[in-house]
Design a protein around this ligand. Structure first.
Ligand SMILES: Nc1ncnc2c1ncn2[C@@H]1O[C@H](COP(=O)(O)OP(=O)(O)O)[C@@H](O)[C@H]1O
Ligand SMILES: [Mg+2]
Length: 509
């Protein structure tokens, strides 16, 4: 242990100094020596690697006590061993007070010196070791604290809701996302007095206060299960939202269960999409099935000639089949248009067109339908700059897209107006935009449904319009097509009295 341990010997008595040096070198120490306090002090300050110093108390100039005080101030871990004649033990005690490790009375044997020094160095080694252990412990405590704060930051920032319950069935941790989920629930259900687990309630609060019986049940079942750690995953509904919940036990290092953690992932949007998708599939299937069934029926009659039908009757049946098949094709084309817009494949070719002409075409398309429903379909055009063929209102738009837009809106007006009603179409311009107003005296739209009707697949749930066939795609297509042309569509309506849809498109400048 002593190979590279440096020891300083300080004594003005050359005999003792040399003797000590010899003994210590023999024992394996690297020894330096000084004959007075001042040079010892200089040497000690210059060479900071002394593990021990053997100092005579009576030194010329700076005495041993002062030297000890200074050395102890420079390096408190250096083992300072005093050499003293029996008569000055009191002084030695004084030296110990200044930081010396011990003293040895002159005269002493080499073994006595070595024993004292080895003891001192052992003590020094223990001190240094315990200090480094303390440092290491502090470092790892710091690391643990940092790790904890990192974990808590991650949990806090997670988009998923996290709640942790202890074995007393108390929620002890809840991140911001979880607070939001339960706050939202409370906002949706202010009347529920039992809902005491909003995000702002101070923790810990009981698990039983969670506003979701299913979630409470899941947490409880993880607490109760005796099996190996399990994760229970289930979709649960909290208020208006749907969440995929993963509940798992929290265990100590020895495997004892000390709590349960539940992670709530918001899948409301995905659920909505899935519902919309399956609604779409069932609606489309239904919409496709009924015209096909009609056409199939007629064709079957004609082919099998089961009822002796004359030529005129057969023609009528073929005509009806044709109309149903045509409607079917139109619906499919509506679907294809929507999907083309959504995938960015719908090509808009804008040019200057006479919007009156497009309106007229769309109105003509609806004539037959309006006649069937005894609806007065009337188109008036004002503000147009006159021409031989009537007023011209030039707009900058895609003719085909505008036809689809207007046909949809006029078709809706006719479709959602009871027999004997009226549909009025007017075109006007204000210098910037052309406005096409389609006003009907139909069933009207409830105020809370006004913005929803432009959503994909949305169809009014009102009793009056429930039986009328449709896909809920028309207005969505209208809105998207107009957006592509810097246009817009809006609606005013009085439920039970009628509606007015207004389409705006930029005019020629
Ligand atoms: N002129 C209107 N009068 C009353 N309700 C309307 C009118 N136009 C549209 N709606 C409502 O808006 C819904 C969406 O219309 P739309 O997207 O064209 O789908 P569809 O006509 O196939 O149902 C309709 O189902 C209907 O409830
Ligand atoms: Mg429609």
């Amino acid at each position: 242990m002593n190979d590279d341990t440096q020891v300083l010997v300080v004594d003005d008595d050359t005999g003792i100094r040399e003797g000590c040096c010899r003994v210590l070198r023999k024992a394996g120490y690297e020894v330096h020596s000084a004959g007075d306090g001042k040079s010892a002090d200089d040497l000690f300050v210059r060479n900071k690697n002394f593990a021990a110093a053997v100092i005579d108390l009576q030194l010329p100039g700076m005495d041993g006590i002062e030297l000890t005080r200074r050395m102890h101030a420079v390096d408190p871990d250096c083992v300072l061993l005093m050499m003293t004649a029996f008569a000055s033990i009191e002084t030695a005690v004084q030296a110990i007070k200044q930081g010396a490790y011990g003293y040895i009375s002159k005269p002493f044997t080499p073994d006595e010196l070595l024993l004292q020094l080895t003891n001192g160095l052992k003590k020094r080694e223990l001190t240094l070791e315990s200090r480094s252990l303390k440092k290491e412990r502090e470092k790892s405590l710091l690391e643990i604290a940092q790790e904890r704060s990192r974990c808590s930051t991650i949990i806090k920032c997670m988009a998923d809701g996290v709640i942790v319950a202890n074995t007393d069935r108390k929620i002890v941790l809840r991140n911001a996302a979880a607070s939001r989920i339960f706050e939202m629930y409370r906002a949706d259900h202010p009347q529920e007095a039992s809902c005491t687990e909003p995000g702002s309630v101070p923790l810990p609060c009981p698990v039983s206060a969670l506003p979701c019986a299913e979630l409470i049940g899941l947490i409880e079942s993880v607490f109760k299960t005796e099996e190996e750690p399990v994760i229970i995953s289930k979709e649960v509904v909290v208020g208006e939202g749907t969440y995929m919940v993963n509940v798992s036990p929290v265990t100590e290092g020895d495997g004892t269960k000390c709590g349960v953690v539940a992670v709530l992932r918001d899948i409301t949007a995905r659920k909505k999409l899935e519902t919309a998708k399956s609604m779409f599939v069932s609606m489309v299937s239904h919409e496709i099935q009924s015209p096909l069934a009609v056409a199939e029926g007629y064709l079957n009659i004609i082919l099998n000639d089961t009822v002796a039908a004359d030529e005129a009757q057969q023609r009528e049946m073929i005509n009806r089949s044709y109309l149903r098949v045509r409607a079917l094709r139109e619906m499919v084309s509506e679907l294809m248009n929507l999907s083309a817009i959504d995938t960015g494949n719908f090509v808009i070719k804008r040019s200057f067109i006479n919007i009156n002409e497009v309106v007229r075409c769309a109105v003509e398309c609806m004539h037959e339908k309006a006649k069937d429903g005894k609806i007065d379909l009337f188109f008036e055009s004002t503000n147009g700059r006159g021409s031989e063929n009537g007023p011209v209102v030039r707009v900058f738009a895609d003719k085909n897209a505008m036809f689809i837009v207007l046909k949809n809106i006029i078709e809706n007006a006719v479709k959602y107006t009871p027999t004997g009603g009226s549909v009025r179409i007017a075109v006007e311009e204000n210098g910037l935009y052309a406005r096409i107003r389609v006003r009907d005296s139909g069933y009207g739209i409830k105020p809370d449904e006004k913005c929803k009707i432009f959503d994909e697949f949305y169809r009014s749930k009102g009793k009056l319009t429930a039986g009328i066939p449709g896909t809920g795609l028309g207005l969505c297509l209208v809105k998207k097509l107009l957006e592509l042309q810097e246009g817009s569509v809006s609606v005013e309506s009085v439920y039970g009295k009628g509606s007015e849809f207004t389409v705006c498109v930029p005019i020629e400048r």
